[in-house]
Design a protein around this ligand. Sequence first.
Ligand code: ADP
Length: 452
Amino acid sequence: SPEQMTKYQKIESLVKGFKLPSATYRQVMMLWREEMKNGLKKRTNPTADIKMFPSFVRSLPDGTEHGKFLALDLGGTNFRVLLVELDGPLVDIESKTYLIPQQVMLGTGEQLFDHVAHCVANFISKHGLEREPTLNLGFTFSFPLMQDGLASARLSKWTKGFRCEGVIGKDVCLLLKQALQKCTHVDINVVAVINDAVGTLMSAAHSDRNCEIGLILGTGCNACYMEKLDEVETIELDDGGPNQVIINTEWGAFGDNGCLDFVRTEYDRELDTYSINPGKQLVEKMIGGMYLGEIVRLTLERLTSEGLIFQGVDPECDLFNRGKFYTKYLSEIESDRGEFFENTKMILEEIGIETYTLEDCKIVKYVCALVSARASFLVSAGIATLINCLKRPEVTVAVDGSLYRFHPRFHNLMSLKIYELVEPAYKFKLALSHDGSGKGAALVAAVTTHMK
Ligand code: ADP
C-alpha cells in the first residue's frame, strides 16, 4: 500500500548512510594508503593520524623456536597471564584470566601495574614457578605504543575504555618491571612488548610462511604487517639485522583529521560525541566491537522516535539507554534464519521491548546487517590497501578478535569485499589466528632471545 511504501522509504532514508557504493570504498582506500604513507615518512609522521609505529620485531618465526616463556596479555576485556612452552611446531599453553576492576581501569597507572604484578605473582605460585632461575616474559600490551626498542615503549594514548592516570608518555615495560620487583622475588626478564596485532601475526606465521599481515577485530580494530626497512623513515636500524620490521599501523585513528567525514552518519557522530574520546579513533568507531551495538541502538532509537518501529514501547526500556545494545546481539540477530526470528525476539525482550511485530524484527535484523556489512567493508578496504602495497603473489592475513570469531557473516563479507578491492594478481587468505597475544608474545620472546 502507499502508506507502507512511505514507511519503508522513510526507513530507507534514515539508514541509507550505511550503504556505500564500491567507488566510495575505493576512495577510502586511496585516503588510507595516503595516510599510511604519511605515517612512515619522517616529515609527515608528526601530523599523520595513522602512526605506523615500528615494532622492532624484525623476523617472523619459522617453527623451530623452543623454550618456556611467560606472557602477559593486557589491553582488552580480559587480562591474562600465560605460560607458553614452545618445542618446534608444538605449543603448550596454560593460562589464567584475571579481572581488571573498573576502578583500576580508570584509576592510576601505579594501581594498574601493581594489580598486574599481583596477578603474575599469583600465577607463578599457582604453577610452582618460584624456583625457575629466570623467566623470560613477552608482554602483549594492546594500546598505541611509541616503541624505543623491543623492550622499551611509551604509551601514546589510552583507548578502549582504559584511562589510567600518569601512564601516557611513560615506558610501560619499566612500569611493569618496577611493579614486578615489588611483588615477586623471581627473576623476570621482560624481553619484549608487542601489541595484540603483532602477536596475532607472529602466532599465525609460526605455521604459515605466507602470513605477513595481522588484524584485530575485537573491542577495537588494528592491523600490522611486515614492511621493508627502506620504507620506514622514522627509525634508524642499520645494525645488520634483517632488512624488515613489523609495522604496527594503529589505523584505528584513521579519519581523525576529518577525511572520513563524508562516510560518517548522524549515528556515528552521536556515538562519538558521547564517547570517552570524542574526535578520536573515528574509523575504529565504525568497525570495532565496542561500538557496533551502540550504532545499531542509536539507529533503532531514531526509527522508534519517528514512529517507524516499536509502537507503544516503554520509554524507560534499555533501547533508550547508552551501551545497552551489545555487539554480540548483532551476531545473534543475524544468525536468525527464516521467518521466526527466535534470537531477535529474545534480545528484544531482554532489552525490555515487549510489544513488537514480526515486521519490527525484520527491520531490526536489517539494521544490524547494514551496520555489520559497513564495518566489514571498511576494514576490507584497509586490508586490500595493505595487500596492494605488499605486492606479494600470495598473502595470508591472520585475524583474531571476538567480532571476527563470532559474527556469522564477517569472514564471508570480508573475503568478498577484499576480493573485489585487491588487484587481481594478488591471492589472499583470511585465517583465524589462535592465542595471538600469548603464543605470539612467547614467539617474539623466543625469536629475540634466540632460543632455538
Ligand atoms: P579484545 O579485543 O578486547 O581483546 P575480544 O576480541 O574478545 O577482546 O573483543 C571484545 C569485543 O568483541 C567486545 O567489544 C564485544 O562487544 C565483542 N563481542 C563479544 N562477543 C561477540 C559476538 N558474539 N559477536 C560479535 N561481537 C562480539
